[in-house]
Design a protein around this ligand. Sequence first.
Ligand code: FMN
Ligand code: 7N5
Length: 347
Amino acid sequence: MRTIAEFEAAARERLEPAHYDFFAGGAGDERTLRANEAAFGRRSLVPRVLRGNGKRDLAVEIAGSPLSMPVLVSPTAFHRLAHPDGERATAEAVAAAGTVMVVSMAATTAIEDIAAAARAVAADPSLWFQLYLQPDLEFTGSVVRRAERAGVRALVVTVDSPVFGQRERDHRNGFHDLPPELAVENMRDGSGSVRDIEMSAELSWDHLAWLRETTSLPLLLKGILHPEDARLAVAAGVDGLVVSNHGGRQLDTAVSTLDALPELAAAVGGVIPLVLDGGVRRGTDVVKALALGANAVGIGRPVLWGLAAAGREGVAEVLARLREELDHTLALCGAGTPGELTADLVR
Ligand SMILES: Cc1cc2nc3c(=O)[nH]c(=O)nc-3n(C[C@H](O)[C@H](O)[C@H](O)COP(=O)(O)O)c2cc1C
Ligand SMILES: CCCCC(=O)C(=O)O
């Protein structure tokens, strides 16, 4: 299998239909889900030539973490629904590839076990932890302490989910919960019972200020689309933003991330890094996002397709293909590094 589309087809064959739909689906009419990919298709590259870039270097640094390429793994829930090895397999493949895995708060493996798996293949792996701020701040604080002790290098606070998106496929399939043998392991409280993740519309910048006080880890906000929110985030001392519409799973008809990117890049003016996710499937997509102002991209579903199709090897293969395509596209655009990509290369 060479392309992410082929991995998706293989994953679809293997997965229970309701689980495939949970991974693949989006909110409402899935307009935003489609728009993310379509936005890359609407743009063309205008390559430069004779630039003398025989040796390319894909490495970047984001929020203090080194990445071997400007592609990280966005947080996705329930990896053990995709493959029995679940998040451990993902962590091994991502650590071996030298990039960042953002572990979902809704992982089906405990953060300590994910960190151990990553450390078994790389001396100093970069794991970030995604957090839904819980209205119970004391419990939120205990999850943060746990992630810190496990050695995560940044927190990614998802802010696009004041309520859970309406996913019609899940309603139709009656898919609402994990099977009884799986649990959201990072939501265990002191007594060992597993709490439900609460989405809360009460959350405000005050809660973020509390989090900023409670940890010294770099903080990124995930799910920023409005430039004014980007400015507020900079003012709040946030260390980075993930330009995301949750892969079209929250607000349907929300702007595609690539369309939102230029205004967000202008709003932050390079003061903090921007990671874009949603619809990235090819090396050319990565180049377009970087040229229009992202410092890196995140991939969600492609990792799940690799994992479902072939476990750790499948995730490794998805990352290897994207790296190869990115390197190839840089060469064809006359660029030697991600930093050389500029907006004039995109129409
Ligand atoms: C099955 C699935 C589960 C997800 N779970 C989470 C999650 O737990 N936390 C979160 O912040 N985002 C979650 N996301 C959103 C991803 O982090 C990311 O924004 C999105 O998948 C990017 O789009 P892409 O799948 O087109 O690459 C999930 C996405 C999918 C597809
Ligand atoms: C409570 C699980 C949240 C998973 C999630 O964020 C998603 O499915 O998009």
